[in-house]
Write a protein that binds this ligand. Structure first.
Ligand SMILES: *[C@@H]1O[C@H](CO)[C@@H](O)[C@H](O)[C@H]1NC(C)=O
Length: 347
């Protein structure tokens, strides 16, 4: 099994056992005793990693916990971005989905690698990993930042590590493998492009005589949103042989009309797929179908319910109302009830 595929399977396996990923892990204490070392090794063994990944994991205290964070981050973001789509990124059917080459598969690869990159970079700057620290780019700005104890997110380290962890270099030559690598790189790149330089002024009464800057990742939600947009515009590709270079490469529909003979290669920011997706309307090996899903009447009920119609149900919800600030110093509220209408797809 490819290292990358294995990682994605781990992501799905662990989340099947409970709502929260990997909750059965003992938490890491703050101590740096040898006991912690043992806990760490145990955590690595619990993750069903390949032999090489396990070796990397054991060598890197703090990594197992970071992997767990990454799994949670990726899954939560995927479910959030797809909350009102027919495929809601549920874990049911994930294994079957990963074997295919749908747009949804592309998103899963991208969001997982993005989550892993993001979590690793954050873990570095937070000092949770022994072998990496703050953004270690050698520029002066950064060294100044160090003086002030400000720490940048270490993306360089995390990208390098990720490539090693997923073993990209050795993955084969077939179309699916190329597509998976491409989509993984789209995820990494999305994180990279979200890197911003943040500066802070120091000096007498905000004179900004000294300015320190550091690199900061954008919130993962922004990356999730970007990848969702990429999913909406995903490009269908096929394999073509480049005679000039003598090996096969990915090709999609051309974007400009002036070179009709040559199919265009997808951009490094495009999510790519090879197969059209199923409708996800009915239960299948890829999803549970949309029966029972809630939808919004003005919005997506027609498409979500695939024309089967929807049930209307009203329920009472309580909320705080007529709040007043009392002297001194608390807020007193009444409980109000309101009727709320819920729409859900028919069987
Ligand atoms: C996804 O939809 C299914 C029904 O098709 C539902 O059982 C499941 O709870 C939903 N998952 C999420 C994460 O919303």
């Amino acid at each position: 099994m490819l290292a990358l595929e294995r990682w994605l399977l781990i992501m799905s396996l662990y989340c099947l056992t409970g709502k929260e990923a990997l909750t059965h892990f003992p938490s890491l204490g703050p101590s740096t005793s040898s006991a912690q070392g043992k806990v760490h090794v145990k955590q690595c063994d619990l993750l069903k990693l390949s032999r090489k990944q396990k070796r990397l994991c054991r060598r890197e205290p703090g990594l197992a916990e970071t992997l767990r964070d990454a799994i949670r981050l990726g899954v939560m973001e995927c479910q959030y971005q797809f909350r009102s789509e027919r495929w809601n990124c549920s874990l049911e059917g994930r294994t079957s989905l990963l074997k295919r080459g749908f747009k949804e598969t592309a998103f899963l690869y991208a969001v997982s690698s993005a989550a892993l990159t993001h979590s690793l970079a954050r873990a570095c700057s937070a000092g949770r990993m022994e072998r990496c620290t703050c953004d270690d780019s050698p520029d002066l700005e950064n060294r100044k930042a160090w003086q002030w104890g400000v720490c940048g997110d270490n993306l360089k380290y995390s990208t390098k590590f990720l490539k090693k962890f997923l073993g990209q270099k050795r993955i084969g030559k077939d179309l699916r493998a190329k597509v998976d690598i491409h989509n993984t790189n789209v995820g990494i790149k999305a994180v990279k492009n979200g890197l911003k330089t943040t500066c802070k002024c120091h000096g007498v009464s905000g004179s900004c005589a000294v300015r320190t800057c550091w690199k900061q990742l954008s919130p993962f939600h922004e990356i999730g949103q970007l990848l969702k947009l990429r999913y909406d515009d995903a490009v269908k590709v096929f394999s073509t042989t480049n005679d000039a270079v003598g090996h096969s490469e990915l090709a999609g529909p051309q974007r400009h009309s002036h070179s009709p003979k040559h199919p265009a290669s997808p951009r490094s920011t495009d999510l790519v797929y090879v197969e059209d997706s199923p409708s996800f309307c009915r239960p299948s090996k890829y999803s549970l179908g949309t029966a029972g899903r809630t939808c919004s009447r003005e919005g997506n009920c027609d498409s979500m319910c695939c024309g089967r119609g929807y049930n209307t149900q009203s329920r009472l919800v309580t909320f705080s109302c007529h709040c007043q600030v009392q002297w001194c110093c608390y807020v007193e509220c009444q409980q109000c009830m309101q009727e709320e209408v819920v729409y859900s797809c028919k069987q």
